[in-house]
Ligand binder design. Structure first.
Ligand SMILES: [Zn+2]
Length: 255
């Protein structure tokens, strides 16, 4: 396996995780800016008050902006499994892509390979369970759409990063039931209410049924909800691995 090589750049935008510090969640973003350098500049600009632990450029270069021990400002107002202070317990990775505003495009292979290696390293060092590896839109569906429907979650899941159960179309042939959809969303981890059901369904579709992200509870979405719910419940019921927290990545300065 190619060793992780990390470039360093300091963002002033970080704080204490609080006591006792706990890291058990990984949040993936896209930068949503025209270029990698514009994104790095903003994430390191004190007045922007935003940051992330890592940035992964389209050519696969990885930058660390904030020490993992510190709270980075990436999740904003967000919620997962009923909890809302997610910056305190998570690591945030910004993946360079112009996003839906500036020309959303596929994530290149070099970038995905770097994202995969970085995630693998973080997940193993912090024993992050697969049901706590999320996209920004999963935890803030009313505000965010990143990393979006072009992001290759199935690939990461094959590497043990996150959940992406295989699709079984036969499960789709059943009644559509709003109350059950809300219960499925909640059981997966989404903090959805009746009022916010549509954006939550869009977020769910971006992640688990990316062919069409219209927020409609069609038969296929209903079937997919129950498949994904079952996979998340299996993960939560499974044994929790523990391993010592030891940084393994080499660091260097890059221009
Ligand atoms: Zn984001």
């Amino acid at each position: 396996m190619i060793p992780l090589e990390i470039c360093h750049r300091q963002s002033p935008n970080h704080g204490s995780r609080g006591e006792p510090a706990r890291i058990d969640m990984l949040v993936l973003h896209y930068t949503g800016m025209k270029s990698a350098s514009a994104a790095l500049e903003r994430l390191c600009n004190r007045s922007a008050r935003v940051s992330a632990h890592y940035v992964v450029d389209e050519n696969g270069r990885i930058w660390r902006l904030v020490s993992e021990a510190r709270r980075a400002f990436h999740a904003g107002i967000s919620c997962w499994e009923g909890a809302s202070d997610l910056n305190a317990v998570s690591l945030g990775i910004e993946i360079v892509n112009p996003g839906h505003e500036w020309g959303y495009r596929p994530f290149p292979e070099e970038q995905m390979s770097a994202v995969e290696r970085l995630c693998r390293d973080l997940v193993s060092r912090y024993s992050i369970p697969v049901h706590r590896i999320v996209g920004h839109s999963d935890i803030a569906p009313e505000r965010k759409s990143d990393p979006g429907e072009l992001f290759d979650w199935p690939r990461l899941a094959r590497a043990g990063i996150g959940i992406w159960p295989p699709e079984h179309p036969r499960l789709s042939a059943r009644e559509v039931d709003n109350a059950r959809a809300l219960a499925d969303l909640a059981a997966i981890g989404y903090c959805a209410t009746e009022r916010s059901q549509t954006p939550a369904l869009v977020a769910f579709q971006r992640r688990f049924r990316p062919r069409r992200c219209d927020g409609r509870l069609d038969l296929e979405t209903a079937g997919r909800l129950s498949e994904v719910r079952a996979a998340f419940e299996r993960s939560r019921a499974g044994p929790r691995r523990t391993s010592p927290v030891e940084p393994t990545a080499r660091c260097r300065r890059c221009e």
